[in-house]
Design a protein around this ligand. Sequence first.
Ligand SMILES: *Cc1c(COP(=O)(O)O)cnc(C)c1O
Length: 391
Amino acid sequence: MKKFETIAIRSEMDKSQNREHSAPLYLTSSFTFDDAEQMRSTFADEIEGNVYSRFTNPNATEFENKMCLLEGAEAAFATASGMSAIFASFMALLKSGDHILAASSIFGSTHTVLSKFLPKWGIEHTYADINKPETWEALIQKNTKMIFVETPSNPGLDIIDLDWLGTLANKHNIILNVDNCFATPFIQRPIEFGAHLVTHSATKYIDGQGRVLGGVVLGKKELIKEIQTFCRSTGPSISPFNAWVLSKSLETLAIRMERHSQSALKLAGLLENHPEILQVRYPFLLSHPQFEIAKKQMSMGGGIVSFEIKGGINQGRKFLDALQMCSLTANLGDTRTIVTHPASTTHSKLTEEERIAVGITPGLVRISVGLENIIDIVADIEQAIKKSTEI
Ligand SMILES: *Cc1c(COP(=O)(O)O)cnc(C)c1O
């Protein structure tokens, strides 16, 4: 078995007659057949072949195949966004009367799906505290069909022990669904710890350059088959162009994640010793409450650092306004360093109480450390902190 970087670069689709070196883009909504019999048998799934790009497209297939190899998954389906991957994994596998046990610290839109939409179809959920794993087993109900977690979580960077959770899920015969967006398969492979499904917002580190939306759900063949049927019928399929971009992006994922992690660790260490900063969170800082678990299941810390500025919301705002280079935007995992204020952006749909419960304090700042030279990143952040203390 070849190494991660080699697979990401070398496992491409078969060459066409043009012998291109780089996989071409298949911008076509449908595919033709030689004769009626070929058309019939392809439609009937008796032989493999592309029919229509809502079902399959060579670019989507290439992206899915690569992701399977990198995550160690049996099958995958690529979607138009991370949220459509997550939503499809719920809708295809759960039915009215089922229950999801979810970590309380999850992405804002996932929270909205669980709390506002799934109950309309009779799918209920309970939130479990990621920092109190000892409470989880008691929260499992007879009708609990899925456990859903993010680790590390967005934006609090909470970490849950995947080995322990995989064992718990398998003991109770529950599907373990892990949003692996922050770590990417280069840093963490949840299936190795017993997860049955892995979901991704490919928009983030997998693209890595802030260009396209995309998502993918991976896992056991029989589960993906259901999700595939759901998606092929309801239409959240990925566009060929986005799949092509994402498949190319995978070629540089390893080297990008290494640099993101190296720079983020450096920045986190500096912020931790800064007199104006309270509570820095980074998975590979000794002070992280789940540092030992992070070391066990992640090969490096990833590119996200979060921290609380001393003066709360007011100083936080001044800090954001004083930044000269770092971008103020909602994305993450970009080449450009991005600073966000989760309470007023990604998690603004939650109530203040819900935010506090998941660790999003008013002064929490999240930094997605980019690939600019770390000296310039640190300089911009330090000058902005300094300005935030001036009246
Ligand atoms: C961004 C994000 C999502 C949603 O992905 P989209 O591609 O924006 O739909 C889901 N989970 C996490 C952890 C995210 O950061």
